[in-house]
Design a protein around this ligand. Sequence first.
Ligand code: SF4
Length: 665
Amino acid sequence: METKQASTRAVTGNILIVDLNSGETRVEHPQPDTYRKFLGGQGLGVDYLFRNMPAHADPLGPENILGFLPGLLTGSSAYFSGRYSVVAKSPLTGTWGDANSGGFFGPELKRAGFDAVFIHGKAKKPVYLWIKNGEVEIRPADKLWGLDTTETLNALKVELGDKSLRAAAIGPAGEKLSLISAVINDYGRAAARSGIGAVMGSKNLKAVVVRGKGKIELADKNELLSVNRSLADRMKKKPSSFGKMLGVILQPILPLLLRRGGMPMPDVPTMVEGFGKHGTSMLASGSSEMGDMPIKNWSGVGYRDFPMRTRSSKISDENVYRYAKKKYACANCALGCGALLDVEEGPYAIENEHRPEYETLGSFGGMILNDNIESIIKANGICNAYGLDTISAGGTIAFAFECYEKGLLTKEQTDGLELNWGNHEAAIAALEKLAKREPGLGELLADGVKVAAEKIGNGAEQYAIHVGGQELAMHDPRLNPSFGTTYVTDPTPGRHTQGGAGFNEFGLPLITLPGIEIPPTPRREFSGKGKAHAIGSKAVETMDALGICEFSSMAGEYPYLGIINAATGWGITAEEFLEAGERIQDLRQAFNVREGFKPSDFVLPARVLGKPPLETGPNAKVTIDIETMSNEFFREMQWDPTSGRPSRSRLIELGLDYVAEQIHA
Ligand code: SF4
């Protein structure tokens, strides 16, 4: 297939369009200014889908378009730049859908010759896509259908005779159209949210397989290496002995400090050392104590129901680390927050499993009062193998536990499982049923809490913790209220990684940019956060579209402008950086407006709002004023608070005339 190199640096200039109805493929070449406007990843994705997909398409029908897109910098040598996005209309929420993942698939896709692959239509039989150095083949996948994601990747390596290929695949959950299914690459990196795996399953597409040796041209390779080097030097600094000593001194009163609002954040070298060793598992135990991790399906209090001294410490970073066999780092990562684990024996024995992230430790830990770490590692393994979102799957299991406790699910309906809080054997058995969509409990839970609650009835909806159909991430807005704003205002509802001011309230801002002042965001105040939230929201859209990992923030200020300009030669400023994110965010929002959604469709469950408030714990007596926070954010974004529509004039200023024409018609 003929491809060409774009004049724009850092990209291939090629977009692959695949029509599974006809089996035809073709290559398009975007204008260079398209990259500057939308960068890559979900940015390029939302531009393409808005232009090419009809409104109100069935998310599981052939009209939905599925896109795989490395970030703008993915495939370059920039540190932390290995991520890619998967985009589609979400079958879980009916809204704009995207999810992203690290590992090695994204850079390999770029080296194989493409900045994006868009898949239209539906194959008559299971197929996979094989992309190698610009050549594209749609191949039968009958023999792969039914395999889990590890078996699939291994079988592909044998069939194609290439041990180094990379694949993004679905497991049986995606094949069976589970609305909480994920796309998995590299044996356990997941593009998990938005139910994106089901879109792949609906197209009879088992995997996108890539291999490439193409070189990505950069504007100034030496400058990029030099910016990388400065970042690496900063990360190599040793933590101060004072900081270490302070840590030792404070250890005995750590639970108390956490309950009183947390500890001061450590300096960059200490953070790099801790995060490099433990990844996000670093947060687990402390988060439960301080009121960040939701407990007992969001009804509990960490320090009372899952206390650090006796319970949550069993799922702490050091306890997870006991199973670590080797370190894991995504492509071009200078930090390497991952690890591969072995549980050598017992009912939860598993080999080479990716370390559970904090979100998984929360969703299969505190959410069901489970302190059995081996069962959580196993749950992570099941989700990766079957292709499930661990946040949604864990949230759904916790919902089932509460329904069982409240008598809304009988033992007959749970296939004989006793879903009592802390019963990890029952949780794993229920998860396996969910993953396989087994008749009975599996079928009931396979599409997440919203669908399950509708099937159960009798008031089960009050225990279904979701926004717009998507289960909430493991960050409680009663502690850091701006997570609530993100859950209800982001065009992919219910997600924590979509920026905003939640991480600022936590003391861990995801992005800082030279010359951009971010107003303070005191945790317990609800007013005055709109600007900080808007900056955070725009900045994360840019970060994702660049393909940069959000955990780069652990190493202090990431040199975005230096890296982008060295890679592309554009000379962009911090203002343009934010404007690109705003353009992407406006387009994601416009997608939802065109689908008929409005802000009132996205509601935080009463329990999460603090209605009624908790009586004890760090979040006692907190009720969130979500209206004020959301409306201030909408004002900053120039979105109408009633219709959600981005203003016509701002859309035109951002070069989105074609969007303004459609949603302001
Ligand atoms: S910090 Fe972790 S998730 Fe991010 S790129 Fe590095 S290894 Fe991957």
